[in-house]
Design a protein around this ligand. Structure first.
Ligand SMILES: [Zn+2]
Length: 389
């Protein structure tokens, strides 16, 4: 027992499985200079595993270090692959529930792109809540059908009970997930047909692969399909559909107020316990491999580029401090280009910038984009060694 109670189920049966002494407290922040980027505040991460419910959490997380209202850039909507995925999800949601004229609340709506898509596709009325929402980025969205509240989700500020709740890539940022889910279930009316859609990164794959680049400060809460579902059930919600999507990276979970039979996908506790046990060895192996991979190429004068200037890239570069051996960081998001990565201190380039000094090796931070990136490099007549983490 580690002395830290599980934030999901309050069990004391938790144990430490990972520790990093200093990581940047925000990995998708945009910084204007190399000095500012290198001096960016860093704090430790200590992941603990709950043997009772399978939840993984950073026991040293300090929410006051993360300012979501500041200049962050988490939107993945510049990628065709991600946009197709989001469109497919909108269609799936629409096929399962008739949302026409109904009130849809999106908690943690980011820049509002998904809610806009959902409202346009279904004829629903949308309310988006997010402290980082920037109205200028979504022209015309503040009309009758869709409204935004620029703030953290607080049940007291939701004037009308929603008919449907959407929450994508938000739960992993919330430290007290137990009280949060209790708040969510509180805003639902007693009508049993309120639908709930959650999308959250899956940690089973991270544990299995030792994927250290998927561990970063803003993600304080890590779920498997089972621990995700157990959190909902503990708060009186029934799971109706549960699967992994996006190359197995994301948990897609549909729920409804009231009970529902347990799905076989939820039954993962023994498997997750085994993964948590092997993780310390597995992650050390993976860290050694990538550090060696970059160092070998750097030593013989090869130019190594990282493709992906988001959280994965920052974690990949800062976990073992390998940024000095990397020539470029590339990102297709124009809002990132020309800015500097926290901790790593590297400047983010546009793909076209690679032409000046083409890389010998490109490490892609998300395998799901490998094809898209390969095609883009080939279109610029570049054919480097191309690998994904
Ligand atoms: Zn627990």
């Amino acid at each position: 027992m580690s002395g830290h109670l599980c934030p999901a189920c309050a069990s004391s049966a938790t144990s430490k499985i990972y520790r990093l002494d200093a990581v940047p407290v925000q990995s998708c922040i945009l910084l204007d200079s190399e000095t500012e980027a290198r001096d960016f505040p860093q704090r430790p991460i200590e992941l603990h595993f709950c043997n009772n419910c399978g939840f993984v959490f950073n026991a040293l997380f300090d929410l006051s270090m993360v300012d979501y209202a500041s200049t962050t850039e988490e939107s993945q909507h510049f990628s065709g692959t991600f946009n197709r995925f989001a469109k497919d999800l909108v269609e799936e949601i629409a096929s399962l529930d008739d949302l026409s004229g109904r009130r849809v609340l999106e908690i943690g709506c980011g820049k509002g792109d998904f809610l806009q898509e959902l409202v346009q596709h279904t004829g629903a009325r949308g309310l988006g809540v997010d402290p980082g929402f920037i109205p200028e980025r979504l022209p015309g969205a503040n009309g009758q059908e869709i409204r935004f509240q620029r703030e953290y989700f607080d049940p007291a500020n939701i004037a009308e009970a929603p008919d449907y709740v959407v929450c994508r890539h938000t739960l992993e940022h919330i430290p007290k997930v137990g009280p949060f889910m209790s708040d969510v279930s509180r805003i639902l009316t007693d009508e049993a047909d309120v639908g709930i859609f959650f999308e959250t990164p899956d940690v089973a794959r991270v544990l299995d692969e030792g994927a250290f680049w998927d561990i970063y400060y803003e993600h304080c809460s890590y779920f498997t399909m089972g621990s995700h579902a157990r959190l909902f059930r503990r708060n009186g919600l029934g799971i109706t559909k549960l699967y992994l999507a996006y190359d197995g990276q994301y948990i897609i979970q549909y729920a409804r107020a009231g009970g529902a039979p347990v799905l076989h996908e939820e039954d993962d506790l023994d498997a997750v316990r085994a993964l948590a046990k092997s993780f310390p060895d597995q992650v050390q192996k993976k860290r050694d491999f990538w550090k060696g991979f970059v160092a070998e190429r750097h030593k013989v004068g090869k130019r190594v580029a990282i493709w992906g200037g988001g959280s994965k890239g920052v974690s990949f570069l800062t976990t073992d401090r390998i940024a000095s051996m990397v020539a470029n960081v590339v990102d297709i998001n124009p809002f990132k280009q020309g800015k500097y990565l926290p901790g790593a201190g590297l400047r983010v380039s546009a793909p076209e910038d690679l032409k000046e000094a083409p890389p010998d090796t490109v490490i892609v931070m998300n395998p799901v984009y490998l094809k898209e990136i390969g095609a883009q490099l080939a279109s610029m007549d570049m054919h480097p060694e191309l690998v994904a983490v």
